[in-house]
Design a protein. Sequence first.
Length: 273
Amino acid sequence: MAAPYLTGNVLYAQLAGVLDVQTIINQVTTMATTLSPAWTNPMAGKLVSPPDGNGRQFTIQFNKISATNLEMVMTDGSARTMTRRAQINAGGSAVDCYVGQFHMILDWLNGSTPEGLLACMLDESPELQTSHNMWMVGNGSRSAGDSLDGDWQYGAFFVIRSAGTFAVLVAGVMAPLWNRTSNNATNGNLGRTIGGSNLWVPLIAMGDTVANIFNIYGKVFSCLGTRLAFTPPGAEVSVPVDQANSHIFRVLNMPTWNPGVIALGDALAVRKT
């Protein structure tokens, strides 16, 4: 049986040559309302995720700022919001759309610059899924003022910080020390088994430290981390999720994705099937 963060139905679509972000809004609205269980669409640009088995759900409001500028306002179950933006290339961008029961991720290149938007629930297992209320992470390539601040390119999630609001947390994802052995010796680029298989790890989101101990919030739904050296952007790999089933994961356009700072050069992959 697969771990909860690898479960749930998902849909994937790629849009070629997008010139107007309204095309993206229309596409993800169709995907979300087609998914089973379906998201609801109470008003233009607004999507509400289906509740999970514990009643957790979140809301996304997409706003078209201009033909090339898309804003996402993510609201969690406690009415806390995060606002981020992303821009497409004026000459057209190929946009990957990932929609699931517990996530929505948009990913593309603006010229050679990775851009996108992300909203994901967290799997709190083995504790109850209601053990705390900090179960959302989000991100986007630009601030609400359109600044390309690097938080997207370096994989820093926005989480609920100690002030009780969403804010970026650099080095806020647990990651393996790919170049270290068990005795802390540097040993090159570790990331494959002796048989040649890539290693895939859950993304474990954290909050602020308390008494020098990180608060662990949970595992990011439908996402895995791996080594960029072996899985470049756009790569698609079949990953076993239990003894009987595998899912296709696709690597995002984040060539310097950097969870936890200690693992520069990681790749972030999202469930495609």
